[in-house]
Structures are given as C-alpha cells and as structure tokens.
Design a protein around this ligand. Structure first.
Ligand code: TXA
Ligand code: MG
Length: 315
C-alpha cells in the first residue's frame, strides 16, 4: 500500500466534518469510541472496507462490527427482536455489540459480514463517535485500530504508531474511558456471549432475565476475536504472577511493587481502562518478558483475563 500522510484531526466540529468527508470518499479514518479506537470505513463501500483488511493485515474471514448513530439505522440492516430491544434499552449507546440476522439487499458490504448471514452492530457512546456517525448518516465498519493480532489502541498515538502511513486520518479524542472492546452477544438463537468486554456478562444476564450461553464451539471462530493469540506485545507474557523474576517487566494489580499498576486499589474498572495503555507502555520498555498479577475473574475481570490470556498465548 502506498505510503500516505496520516492527518491527526482535532475532535472539533471541523475535525469531525473532515473525517466524515474522508469516509464518504472511501477513506479510512480512525476515531475514538468509549471502548477502544476504531478504524472506520463506509460499511456500504466494498473497496473502502477491503482497505481496512489490508491496512490491519486482518484475515478476510474475520467479520467487522457496523457502527451506527441510532436504533432506526440499525433496524435498516438487521432483523430486530424483543431481546435486542431489551439489551439496546439497557446498554445503548455503550460498549455492547449485538449479532443479529442480516437483512438482505440493504447495501451492507459482504466484506463486513465476511459473507455470514448475520451482522454485528453497535451504537457507541463516545460523543465524537456519535457526531461522526450522525454526519456520515449510515453504517461505519470499524475494527479496533491496531495491526491484526497486536495490542488494541486506546489513544491516538497508539493508532499512529501502528497504522500511521496506511490510513487517511485519526481523530484525537484523548484516552478511551472503558479501555476494553465491546461485549459481543449473539442473538441468533439462544443468547450467547461471543466475547466478554466492556459490559460485564452478569449485567447482560440481569437485563435479559436469562443466562447467556458461553459459546466455545468451533463455530465461535465466527467471532475470531476468539483467535488464541491476539493483543500480543513484543515481549512474552506470564500470567498470575505472585512473585517477580529477575529481568521481568512487572504489571501489577493491587498493592504490589511493580513497573506499572493496573489499579493499586484493586478496582476492575480502573484496571480495564489502563490495560492496553500499560501494555503499550511496557512494550516500549527494555525486556523480553512481562509478568502480570492475578486479576479476579468476575465482572470486568473476565474480559481483562480474556485479553491477557490471548496476549500470553503461544504465537
Ligand atoms: O469495542 C469494540 O467492539 C471495537 C470498537 C472499535 O467498536 N471494535 C472491535 O472490533 O473490537 P474488532 O474487529 O477488533 O472485533 C470484532 C469482533 C471480532 O471478534 C469478530 O469476529 C466479531 O466481532 N464479529 C463481527 N461480526 C460478527 C458476526 N456476524 N458474528 C460473530 N462475530 C462477529
Ligand atoms: Mg480487535
């Protein structure tokens, strides 16, 4: 792909308008959401969507999430249901993606769905994302704005470091508040948790009044955020470290001596917000191994542990 200059746009009305124009012309623009930065393209433009896969080095069988400004726009592309309405009422706009049956002949690019009969869709809560989606007026396909398999981006400089020269622009919206990708819930049959994320699974079950199926069948490769190695820093990662070995970079949780602490007070919301930022920072330090404190496996801790397990997986 030819090298280009990636513009850093401010999160002002002008910056957002420029970004919307670039998307309208088939460009790639990274924008902040409350979860992580997305790498956006017009979801109805095959060429633009194909460029997302090229810029990220992403396998084309891995489908994308369509981002929309409101439920009316979502309903143009997916078959709506009572369960979808319940979850939308409880968590949209916010860090939840719903996988619903795809409507036919809507103009949605088949590259977004990787040819599946379903579509993952979400309404983000970040005001800049919302303004951008309103200005575009249609769906924007956006994976996380990192090279495939690497650490997700939670600030504009992460995006420039990973994708600078390959995309038209980044809107700088500061640090992402949630810091972990959206929770993905499949509503094709029994409600299923396809990826833990920014909304704890317990909260979704409470809103639905039903248990979520934890889908670990091979079909779940349809949500290949499930690929075992992902979010990988350059260094190897050792989990559940209760002691530190010589030469290790130490990512702590709670009152422990360490290089960087996810949350000294043991707060999982704070830890989620710090996770990718600290992994990026450790990645820039000297060291070939990162050791990580144990994280409680409840609430947002389940999503944090999911990301850490993949960061530690053999590559
Ligand atoms: O928070 C987020 O969700 C961020 C921000 C930018 O919105 N986006 C994000 O996208 O995490 P990405 O591409 O990194 O992860 C999307 C996940 C992948 O694991 C993909 O396989 C799954 O969603 N997915 C997309 N469409 C699907 C579908 N129709 N059925 C099942 N899984 C799907
Ligand atoms: Mg991703």
């Amino acid at each position: 792909m030819p090298n280009k200059v990636t513009q850093l746009l401010p999160s002002t009305p002008d910056g957002v308008a420029t970004a919307a124009d670039l998307l309208g012309e088939g460009g790639l623009v990274s924008f902040p959401t409350e979860t992580v930065y997305g790498l956006g393209a017009d979801a109805t433009n095959d060429t633009a969507v194909a460029r997302i896969f090229a810029a990220k080095g992403r396998p084309s069988f891995n489908p994308l999430i369509a981002h929309v400004a409101d439920i009316e726009t979502a309903k143009r592309y997916v078959e709506w249901s009572d369960a979808a309405q319940k979850l939308a009422d409880a968590f949209w706009p916010g860090p939840l993606s719903l996988v619903l049956p795809l409507k036919q002949n809507t103009g949605m690019s088949h590259l977004v769905t990787a040819g599946l009969p379903s579509l993952a869709i979400r309404i983000p809560a970040h005001p800049v994302a919302h303004q951008l989606l309103e200005a575009v007026g249609g769906p924007v396909a956006a994976p996380s704005a990192n090279p495939s398999g690497k650490i997700s981006a939670t600030r504009a400089t992460h995006v420039i470091d990973g994708l600078g020269g390959k995309i038209e622009a980044v809107i700088d919206g500061g640090d992402c508040a949630v810091g972990l990708e959206s929770t993905i819930v499949g509503l094709l049959g029994e409600p299923a948790l396809l990826r833990p994320g920014g909304v704890p699974a317990e909260d979704i079950e409470a809103a639905l009044g039903a248990k979520l199926k934890h889908d670990t069948s091979p079909d779940t490769l349809l949500a290949p955020g499930q690929m075992s190695s992902h979010y990988a820093p350059g260094a190897a990662v050792r989990l559940n470290a209760t002691d530190w070995q010589v030469g290790e970079l130490r990512l702590g949780f709670g009152h422990v001596p360490c290089d960087l602490n996810l949350s000294e007070s043991g707060d999982l919301i704070e830890a989620a917000a710090n996770l990718f930022r600290h992994l990026h920072a450790l990645d820039r330090m000297e060291g070939n191994r990162i050791a990580v404190s144990p994280i409680p496996d409840q609430g947002l801790g389940r999503a944090i542990n999911d990301r850490l397990k993949r960061a530690a997986a053999p590559r």
